[in-house]
Design a protein around this ligand. Structure first.
Ligand code: C2E
Ligand code: MG
Ligand code: MG
Length: 556
């Protein structure tokens, strides 16, 4: 290996006027232009790749008698025929220190250079379709921004996503699905001008970048609309024979449609990254509307998305930085005596003040942060229950804690909760967990298993917001539920809407016949409490008895 490497190199010497005086190769074939170099000065080498400034830089090194390494030159022998050389050299001095020239080694690197060029083109091209890839698109987009800035021109960035591609891919397999992608690529390319860019981002997402769309918003929008219609028509056209053959493999040869997310831009106002995000965001919205959705980027939606992601970051800080508070709202019996509390989380935000769970629970759910947050909440509630145990007047009090869907979906949720109970020493029969009907929609058998495990410990379950979901009544008897919680929307209409009154009455009767207790939430008026108790409800919660508050404010 070593010898080969050495033999690939050749040796050279230059005199003090930087003229090649000697070129020696182990094998002459290693240095096909050695003879041409001898007698030539550096400046006379026809190096196609080195411009004026490059040479100046190189000569500065040489006049300082500095060594140089891997100086690459492209020597053109005949038009279209060039050889790449890489030269390294060190200055030579005589015994008294006078500069005598340079000597060094050279190497031909033509094939290496050719490989690099291929790699560079591969790096910019999507291998399946031959379209630009993401990297190339980003380059082109940046270029389009800069170009647009010069003459105030608009551009359009259009994300195109094939509807239901995932299920098609699963049905027919990758090989056939790939044929579709190649076909889509060809159709998109045919829709666009040569100066536009069509790229594939991977999967079934394509991006079209159109530039030179005029200088007025109106004109740019019209033009974009025309491109969009063209794309819709192109993708909806009958299949080519190749596609037809491929699709006979699939029993349900579908017709293809696409959804599009569009963002117009003018000059360098918006960064490449943000333009991509904007089109992606518009595409996501377009997909929500079902097939063939077309959406333009909407700054209002962007503001919401940004606000959400800011809040998500801040929620991490909230959890680790002690900004969460557990508030407790009293639950009373027929005599209005407090029999327990519902724990309701709050966020003491450094600048926004006290934030209600409606603003952040959903974000915590989506980010998965609800899992550690939920554990913290249960732990707090358990510590409070332990505290209650120390006093005879509070020993019987229960605490209800809301579980979120994501929390209940955790495979180890039963273990986690029983561990918290064990380590805190809280009496499990005083803990109530509130779940909602929507949580029962997925994986009901697993859910039943988890609830059974927890109820075996003595924990009770209440079905929150009852009446607003779609739970099947047959589930109700399979689940270890001890209570139905009438949703506050029905309590609200109790005195004025006969339908609400009828629903509440039915829920109370249903609970009775299933052997469960009933609690009504959102009770604000004495009249509501009276009607509820007449109907047979025995537990109440609402502003009439107390708002959620920290325990120190409730004298406990
Ligand atoms: P929820 O579990 O149904 O809680 C009842 C909500 O009604 C609470 O709102 C409570 O403050 C409010 N409320 C109570 N009495 C009245 C009343 O008389 N009138 C009116 N208008 N409202 C009343 P909050 O605290 O804003 O909580 C909203 C929802 O956020 C809760 O609904 C629950 O689904 C969720 N949540 C609250 N805390 C937690 C928690 O610790 N974990 C989880 N996963 N979710 C929580
Ligand atoms: Mg609740
Ligand atoms: Mg509720």
């Amino acid at each position: 290996m070593m010898r080969l490497d050495l033999s690939a190199q050749w040796y050279w010497e230059q005199d003090d006027s930087l003229r090649f005086v000697k070129v020696e190769a182990y094998d002459r074939r290693q240095c096909p232009i050695g003879d041409t170099l001898v007698g030539k000065q550096w400046r006379q080498i026809p190096a196609a790749n080195q411009g004026e400034a490059d040479w100046r830089h190189h000569f500065e090194l040489l006049s300082g008698h500095e060594p140089f390494f891997n100086f690459e030159i492209e020597v053109t022998e005949a038009p279209g025929q060039s050889i790449w050389l890489s030269l390294s050299g060190v200055p030579v001095h005589d015994a008294s220190g006078n500069f005598n020239g340079y000597r060094g080694v050279g190497k031909e690197i033509t094939s290496q250079k050719e490989n690099q060029a291929t790699i560079a083109s591969l790096a910019l091209i999507d291998q399946l379709t031959g379209l630009s890839n993401r990297r190339h698109l980003l380059d082109r987009l940046n270029f389009a921004r800069l170009g647009g800035a010069r003459h105030q021109g608009f551009g359009a960035l259009i994300f195109v996503d094939i509807d239901n591609f995932k299920s098609f891919n699963e049905a027919v397999g990758h090989a056939v699905a790939d044929i579709l992608l190649v076909e889509v690529a060809a159709r998109l390319t045919a829709c666009m001008r040569d100066c536009d860019t069509v790229a594939r981002m991977g999967g079934d997402v394509f991006v079209v970048l159109a530039t030179d769309m005029g200088t007025s918003t109106e004109y740019a929008s019209q033009k974009t609309q025309r491109i969009v219609s063209k794309i819709v028509a192109a993708l909806g056209a009958p299949f080519t024979p190749a596609m037809d053959i491929a699709l006979t493999v699939s029993p349900q040869a579908p017709r293809f449609t696409a959804s599009m997310g569009i963002c117009l831009f003018q000059g360098t106002e918006t960064s490449v990254e943000d333009l991509m995000k904007r089109s992606e965001m518009a595409l996501r919205q377009a997909k929500q509307t079902g097939r063939q959705g077309i959406r333009y980027f909407d700054p209002l939606v962007e503001a919401q998305v940004k606000q959400r992601s800011r809040m998500e970051t801040e929620l991490h800080v909230a959890l680790s930085g002690d900004q969460l508070r557990l508030y407790y709202q009293p639950i009373v019996d027929l005599q209005k005596k407090i029999i327990g509390y519902e724990a309701l989380v709050r966020w003491q935000h450094p600048s926004l003040g006290l934030v209600a769970p409606g603003t952040f629970i959903a974000i915590a759910e989506q980010s998965g942060l609800i899992v550690p947050m939920g554990e913290w909440i249960i732990k707090q509630a358990c510590d409070q229950l332990v505290h209650f145990q120390s006093n005879a007047t509070t020993r019987q009090l229960t605490i209800a804690v809301n579980l979120s869907a994501h929390q209940l979906a955790q495979p180890d949720i039963a273990d986690v909760i029983s561990r918290i109970i064990r380590s805190s020493g809280a009496p499990p029969q005083q803990l109530k967990l509130e779940i909602t009907e929507s949580m029962l929609l997925t994986d009901i058998d697993k859910t039943i298993e988890k609830l059974d495990a927890l109820s075996a410990l003595g924990i009770r379950f209440s079905l929150d917001d009852f009446g607003t979901g779609y739970s099947s009544l047959s589930y109700l008897k399979k689940l270890p539920l001890s209570q139905l919680k009438v949703d506050q929307s029905f309590v609200k209409g109790l005195l004025t809407e006969p339908v609400d009154a009828a629903i509440v009455k039915t829920i109370i009767q249903l609970a009775k016949s299933l052997g469960m207790s009933v609690i009504a939430e959102g009770v604000e008026l004495e009249g509501q409490r009276k009607v509820l108790s007449d109907m047979g409800c025995r537990e109440f919660q609402g502003y009439l008895f107390g708002k959620p508050a920290p325990f120190q404010d409730q004298g406990l």
